[in-house]
Design a protein. Structure first.
Length: 231
């Protein structure tokens, strides 16, 4: 029941924020295709797989050390726990009143839907038991993939001035999941790679929509310059 309530809350939130902003299955499919075919995204995913594979050999020993010594102050871990689910809501809230709200919401919501589907699809497919044995949805870390996706979208839209702090908070979120004994290091590494890759894949579509296309038509007497945007 708990997971059903969580999913229902997320869907209601998305619905409230995206009234009048249709998100088609084609847009999500195209974004996922870009996430696979985009060079940057592909490298990030491959790096995440390799990093997670290497980390998995040391997951148990690292987790034992983390449990005995701790990884960060309790207050900082709480910040990470909060930022994981709340970061997306803060990001969407920043779009309100902006003249490009529609394009930004389509970018963000499409990315989060795709990330949620893939993250939870992998969780249920792999069925990895969490370090605290609370359930079998350890791999990959959803908090981490969500927060790194948020950071990537923020960086695409607002640049480094927002992106760097967002990535810093995303790192804190990932480390807090280790500190709280909810995930192994390999879960966090691949979650970070997944969220970043999806953000960049959907981001390539967002950039195309918002980049003006310039064409020059040569006429008998002079020339004409056309500037347009993809809509």
């Amino acid at each position: 029941m708990k997971i059903i309530r969580k999913i229902a809350w997320i869907l209601l939130t998305i619905n409230g924020l995206t009234i009048g902003q249709p998100i088609s299955s084609f847009q999500i499919k195209e974004g996922l295709t870009r996430s696979i075919n985009n060079n940057d995204s592909r490298i990030i995913i491959l790096a995440g797989l390799v990093g997670a594979g290497i980390a998995s050999k040391y997951d148990d020993s690292f987790q034992n050390d983390t449990e005995s010594k701790g990884l960060m102050p309790k207050g900082l871990a709480q910040v990470g726990d909060f930022w994981g689910p709340a970061s997306s809501l803060l990001l969407w809230g920043s779009f309100i009143g902006n003249s490009k709200k529609e394009e930004r919401l389509q970018y963000a919501v499409g990315s989060f839907i795709a990330n949620g589907i893939i993250t939870y699809g992998i969780k249920f497919a792999t069925g990895r038991t969490r370090p605290d044995e609370s359930n079998r949805r350890s791999f990959p870390s959803g908090h981490t993939s969500n927060s790194f996706l948020t950071a990537t979208i923020a960086n695409e839209i607002y640049g480094n001035k927002v992106g760097i702090p967002a990535y810093t908070l995303a790192c804190i979120t990932g480390l807090s999941r280790l500190h709280d004994n909810k995930h192994y290091a390999s879960d966090v590494i691949f979650g970070a790679a997944l969220g970043t890759a999806i953000g960049k894949g959907f981001g390539s579509i967002f950039r195309e929509i918002n980049t003006p296309k310039v064409s020059i038509n040569y006429l008998k007497k002079g020339f004409r310059i056309n500037i347009g945007w993809t809509i």
